[in-house]
Design a protein around this ligand. Structure first.
Ligand code: ADP
Length: 531
């Protein structure tokens, strides 16, 4: 193959170029994606933080709105209710209010000598008594308004005032004014702190859950913190730590995602996305490598086919030329001695056999390729098949000076379950190779045997042998070892492919045992029973 080496180098360079053409854009894509993902990680961590803060703010607003609504609903007490049968009138006033979250209502008339507070139950509004601490909380909360009432200064607008000195009895209070704006008394409510923590807060956190990003939603922890000097004492590392306004101002709302912070979550997603990208890139690379391998194989196959055509034409031309020369000599009567005539006849016969062998291989291969090769199995004596095959090589062996040893075990071999012409073809190919690839050696051994339900035939030569790396590939179609002595020998690259196909069809096995410089042994195992 002139220029073979340089064309191989060009092909190798081309392969690397194609590889780089895929690898470089892939690497650039990967780096860009990594950068985008890193930015996305930052953004999603920030957006999670923002979402949680918004969630916290909404709960705080909801709490404030709830208590302001209670104040609007129940503490707008007209000054007129303090006159006459005020207990009954106030009973009626509070009876129609929603008392959820309230421990007691109370009203203080600053006109009564000791400003005694009247208490009312949150549901039904009935007058009730209060504990000493409750009564005290009400009195303390109302004290500033009593001062205003005593001063007698009219006031224009009033917003509710809050007193949280006793955390268990928090008070919201509104002054009761007459039509001139003078403060006459105060209406207030003592809050139920347990309702706030056990009912209101859980219901608000549930109602607003849609504001929390889905993955953080399920294991979110929400608790109430205690505020000291404007800081929560209990919330290191919380996602949200914000104090309540209007009421419960000494408490804070703490929100945290315990299993992972939103940053950790974003990091985990980042790692997941990056691994996925890397896996996809690896899959793409593997696909490219596979495609490239297939392309290389296809190129090799086409190269092998070209070599096949050239060596087969050579193999056909050489024997035909010899037959023509010997035939002409005989026709022209130039050879008179009977010994010479016999010798030329032998040459012609040997060349014809080689031609037949080659043509048989090509035809067989065509049949195998098109799936038309049929086998007719029968019981057959393998030793007889070996001897018959060796007879067809008799002239060639004699001409080339070969000696052949056939050995078999002392006990007779069982018949094998085979297609005799096909097995003949197998033996022919193996013996032909043993002759072709013997180098200077002139001895061939054929050993028969049996083991585990198989009759074995081992064909041994003492030629150059086969490299371990080549031993599997020589059974591929068109494959020929491309270096060393054996490459000088002409061949089609079909012989062993046919051997393997036929042996496989018999459910048998073929193997090679060879070492460079120490000859080769090809062993065929043929079953003694039908499968
Ligand atoms: P070929 O027509 O080239 O002999 P085969 O398929 O019979 O085709 O053999 C494939 C290759 O295996 C041969 O080209 C040769 O390189 C190697 N080979 C086969 N038999 C032998 C042997 N007995 N000794 C050394 N090499 C062998």
């Amino acid at each position: 193959m002139p220029g073979g080496a340089s064309s191989l180098t060009t092909r190798g360079a081309g392969r690397w170029l194609a590889f780089a053409a895929v690898l470089i854009p892939l690497a650039v894509l990967l780096v860009l994606q990594l950068r985008t993902l890193a930015q996305l990680e930052e953004t999603s961590a920030a957006s999670n933080r923002l979402a949680l803060k918004g969630y916290g703010r909404t709960i705080l607003r909801g709490t404030e709105a709830f208590y302001r609504q209670r104040v609007e609903d129940a503490l707008q007490v007209p000054a007129g209710l303090l006159a006459g049968d005020r207990r009954a009138a106030l009973d009626a006033h509070f009876a129609s209010r929603d008392g959820a979250g309230i421990k007691r209502y109370f009203v203080i008339d600053f006109a009564t000598p000791d400003s005694e507070a009247l208490f009312f139950a949150p549901t039904g509004g009935a007058a009730t008594t209060a504990s000493e601490v409750e009564a005290r909380a009400a009195r303390v909360a109302a004290a500033p308004w009593r001062v205003v009432a005593e001063e007698g200064t009219p006031i224009q607008s009033v917003s509710p005032s809050v007193d949280e000195q006793d955390p268990d009895n928090r008070v919201i209070l509104r002054p009761i004014r007459d039509s001139n704006g003078h403060v006459r008394g105060a209406a207030g409510m003592i809050l139920d702190s347990a309702y706030f923590s056990d009912v209101l807060l859980p219901s608000l956190t549930r109602a607003e859950q849609a504001l929390v990003p889905e993955p953080l939603r399920h294991d979110l922890e929400i608790e109430l913190g205690v505020r000291e000097n404007g800081r929560s004492t209990t919330a290191p590392g919380a996602d949200v730590d914000a104090s309540f306004r209007f009421i419960f101002t000494d408490r804070s709302l703490i929100v945290r995602s315990p299993s992972e912070t939103s940053k950790q979550w974003a990091q985990r997603r980042f790692i997941g996305d990056v691994s996925l990208s890397l896996m996809l890139a690896a899959a793409l690379l593997a696909a490219v490598l596979l495609a490239q391998r297939n392309a290389v194989r296809a190129t090799q196959l086409s190269q092998m086919k070209t070599d096949f055509v050239s060596s087969v034409s050579h193999e056909l031309r050489t024997p035909l030329a010899s037959i023509r020369v010997f035939g002409e000599l005989l026709r022209l009567g130039r050879v008179n001695e009977p010994a010479k005539v016999r010798e030329y006849g032998d040459y012609i016969e040997a060349e014809c056999r080689r031609l037949t062998h080659l043509v048989n291989n090509i035809l067989d291969f065509a049949k195998i390729e098109s799936g038309q090769k049929l086998y007719r199995f029968e019981r057959a004596d393998v030793r007889a098949l070996v001897e018959e095959t060796l007879r067809t090589f008799e002239v060639r062996l004699r001409q080339d000076g070969f000696s052949v040893d056939v050995t078999s075990p002392p006990t007779p071999l069982p018949p094998a379950w085979v297609d005799p012409p096909a097995v003949g073809q197998v033996l022919t190919n193996l013996i032909d190779n043993a002759i072709k690839y013997s180098g200077d050696a002139r001895h061939i051994g054929v050993a028969l045997g049996q083991q585990n339900g198989f009759v074995t035939v081992a064909v041994r030569d003492h030629g150059p042998g086969i490299d371990a790396g080549e031993q599997e590939r020589i059974f591929e179609q068109f494959y020929r070892v491309s270096s060393g002595l054996v490459h000088e020998v002409k061949g089609s690259g079909l012989g062993l492919a046919i051997v393997k196909h036929i042996v496989d069809a018999h459910r048998g096995r073929v193997s090679v045992d060879s070492r460079p410089g120490a000859g080769s042994t090809f062993t065929v195992e043929l079953p003694t029973h039908a499968a």
